[in-house]
Design a protein around this ligand. Structure first.
Ligand code: BT5
Length: 263
């Protein structure tokens, strides 16, 4: 086994992210667990890790394939002093932090796809799901959920995602030590999160853009039944994508799934 509760606790003791750790061999969703802990007052930096999830969640009621034994399913509780409007910046911070850590395993192959996917050679290796709890007009806490396909084999993905999903092991051709990976992940995430709180969004945006080949490209963004397309101009302060349509209209898109259109 490449990690267990005891090793995780020993290695994360005293760290900003992970000093308080809940490990479940199996749970419904680490985001649900973390949300429950957040409501009960759990402090910032508390993390939940699961060996598998029976109801792993994506956005818009989609699911996250979460089999046992090989991957990372984790959720963190953060209590940032940010206005709710800019809280989506936390998801972008997570994307940057994950992408940088995965780059160490697969140099030159990792990229970000708006709003929250991390891809290796164009296939999804990680999904990020942030949920916010408000208190009055302020942010009470944010649950930041991260799922990374680490050692799952290509043929272990369900049929419907086999073509779009990959794992670190598939991409590198070797087994990955999850303990080492999750420790680097929390450290890098803590670094970028502190940067966001201390210096603001500019440095996060710059790094995000350097990892996302979407700027300047023509994209199509789908949200529920709506479809819009245009050229990506920028990433806004609140995490929205700003695009210019063929009719020269500037649109700000705050949710959806973007695909780069081939010329
Ligand atoms: C996401 O949603 O990508 C967010 C996924 C967040 C998962 C983590 S795991 C820890 C924490 N606890 C949870 O319950 N959730 C978080 P979205 O952008 O909606 O993408 C979901 C889509 O990705 C699905 O509809 C599938 O097409 C695809 N998918 C599902 N499982 C996948 C996997 N393991 N690897 C790659 N793609 C997957």
């Amino acid at each position: 086994m490449d990690w267990n509760e005891e090793l995780l606790k020993k290695n994360l003791a005293g760290k900003f992210l992970g000093h308080k750790l809940y490990y479940y061999p199996e749970t419904g969703s680490t985001n649900d667990e973390a949300y429950r802990l957040g409501l009960a007052g759990a402090e910032e930096g508390t993390v939940v890790i699961a060996g598998s999830q029976t109801k792993g969640k994506g956005r818009l009621a989609r699911s996250w394939h979460s089999p046992a034994g090989s991957n990372i399913y984790t959720s963190l509780i953060l209590r940032p002093h940010l206005t709710p409007a800019v809280a989506p910046q936390i998801s972008l911070v997570a994307g940057v932090a994950v992408a940088e850590v995965l780059e160490q395993y697969c140099p030159g192959k990792v990229e970000l796809k708006w709003p929250n996917d991390v891809l290796i050679t164009g296939k999804k290796v990680c999904g990020i799901l942030a949920q916010m709890k408000m208190s009055g007009s302020a942010v009470d806490f944010v649950v930041l959920g991260i799922g990374i396909n680490v050692n799952i084999g290509a043929d272990q993905f369900p049929e419907d995602i086999r073509k779009i999903a990959t794992s670190l092991a598939v991409s590198t051709g070797r087994g990955i030590f999850r303990l080492e990976l999750i420790i680097s992940l929390y450290e890098n995430l803590a670094k970028w999160y502190k940067k966001l709180l201390q210096n603001g969004f500019a440095s996060i945006k710059e790094r995000w853009l350097s990892l996302a080949p979407m700027i300047g490209q023509n994209v199509q963004v789908m949200f529920l039944d709506e479809k819009v397309s245009g050229r990506v101009l920028d990433l806004d302060e609140d995490g929205s994508l700003i695009i210019l349509t063929a009719k020269n209209e500037k649109l700000k898109i705050s949710a959806g799934d973007a695909t780069i259109l081939k010329e």
